[in-house]
Design a protein around this ligand. Structure first.
Ligand SMILES: *Cc1c(COP(=O)(O)O)cnc(C)c1O
Length: 396
């Protein structure tokens, strides 16, 4: 073991030397717009807490009540003795919200994406994946034996070329898979065009809406609602770990046969513990809030619009769009260093944002990714913009 530990230490040293070491910030409060950390208070602009539900009193109360009513843990996978009536209630509620026949819960969306491809696709089949899809889709695709095709991010000419290649390869089933919203850019996938192309070639469409479910689209149903293609997307995967309370758990929402087959065959479903009762109850409450109230979405949109317009006025370059993920660009040779210095200077002022550079984003396209939340007040948004301006002046 000593020899291996030395090798691992060398690998860690290399990561450090490359400036790629990720360090955990220790938080001392619930997740929210204002958080305490071991190095002071911070205004938080880097959580996926889009609807501000992570510490919502009704959700906390529902989870509390579930501890009394349903206990702490399931100590079982779903199919042995790990399914309470509320697990099925949550699956029905998710399907109803997303607009599919049924849904199935997984321990996480990572597991949902990890389990689905090998169940649906064999060696006679083809999967066509956007090049910027989430790591869990990439890993899930690796686990299946289908022929793999990849298209350039949101590039419909390339998607057509890959659909032709899959057809020419004689694929039995073809599945096109994309993130609904891309997390580094805040761009939506062009789902109307993707559905048109898929229909032309007789392919299925799967969308991972982890950065959309609950808040994208008029009713928060997701990117398929925003793009006007609800009912034309065959399969939606998503997470309970972001906008919908941010607890944990993931799902596949799909036609009955897909859900039923996943219950028979999906390995992360069959061989991993059921989602905890309090998390199920809290997520049910979060879904109910997302369905019944437009208010959190309205506040989120107001915050994103305000931030985008104030930052543009202040002379920052943003990637365009409406998503509450707002990338503030620091292009060019020195961009990576500037972005990370600006982020550090902002944290010193109590505003927490994260800089991303190569290899997470392309070379020369460094950015600070800001994530707005319905939990932010208008003043929080203004404070963030002021910190950007001050940090830019300090760094340049
Ligand atoms: C966050 C995310 C996941 C993982 O979700 P978990 O439930 O945290 O495992 C999967 N896909 C996408 C696109 C995501 O953004």
């Amino acid at each position: 073991m000593y020899a291996v530990r030395d090798q691992l230490r060398a690998e860690l040293d290399q990561i450090e030397a490359d400036g790629l070491t990720k360090r955990e910030r220790l938080i001392t409060t619930p997740q929210s717009s204002h958080i305490g950390t071991t190095s002071g208070e911070a205004l938080n602009f880097c959580a996926n807490n889009y609807l501000g539900l992570a510490d919502h009193p009704d959700i906390v109360a529902a989870a509390h009540a579930a501890l009394d009513d349903w206990g702490f843990g399931m100590a079982s996978v779903r199919f042995i003795c790990g399914t309470q009536t509320q697990h099925r209630d949550l699956e029905t509620a998710i399907a109803d919200f997303v607009g599919t026949q049924d849904s199935i819960l997984f321990p996480s969306c990572f597991d949902a994406n990890g389990g689905i491809f090998e169940v649906l696709l064999g060696p006679q089949d083809a999967v066509i994946s956007d090049e910027l899809n989430h790591a869990s889709i990439i890993d899930g695709v690796r686990l299946c034996k289908a022929q793999r095709f990849r298209y350039k991010n949101r590039d419909m000419d390339d998607l057509r070329a890959q659909l032709e290649a899959a057809r020419d390869a004689g694929a039995r089933r073809t599945l096109v898979v994309t993130d609904g919203a891309f997390s580094m850019d805040g761009y939506l996938a062009p789902l109307a065009e993707i559905c048109d192309l898929a229909e032309e070639f007789g392919a299925m469409v799967m969308v991972d809406d982890s950065h959309a479910t609950g808040f994208v689209g008029e009713g928060g149903r997701g990117s398929h609602e925003a793009c006007g293609v609800m009912g034309r997307v065959d399969i939606v995967t998503g997470t309970l770990g972001k906008a919908l309370g941010g607890g944990s758990g993931g799902f596949v929402a799909a036609p009955t046969e897909v859900v039923e087959l996943l219950k028979q065959r999906a390995r992360p479903y069959l061989f991993s513990n059921a989602v905890a009762p309090s998390v199920v109850a809290g997520s049910l409450k979060a879904l109910q809030i997302a369905r019944d109230s437009d208010e959190p979405r309205r506040v989120l949109r107001r915050n994103a619009e305000l931030f985008r317009s104030l930052m543009t006025e202040a002379g920052f370059e943003l990637l365009p769009g409406e998503h509450p993920i707002v990338p503030v660009m620091f292009p060019g040779e020195d961009g990576a260093r500037t972005a990370s210095q600006v982020a550090d200077a902002m944290l010193a002022r109590g505003v927490y944002v994260i800089a991303f550079s190569y290899p997470v984003v392309p070379k020369g396209r460094a950015r600070i990714r800001v994530q707005l939340s319905a939990a932010h007040s208008e003043e929080d948004v203004r404070t963030c913009v002021e910190a950007f301006v001050a940090a830019r002046d300090e760094v340049s």
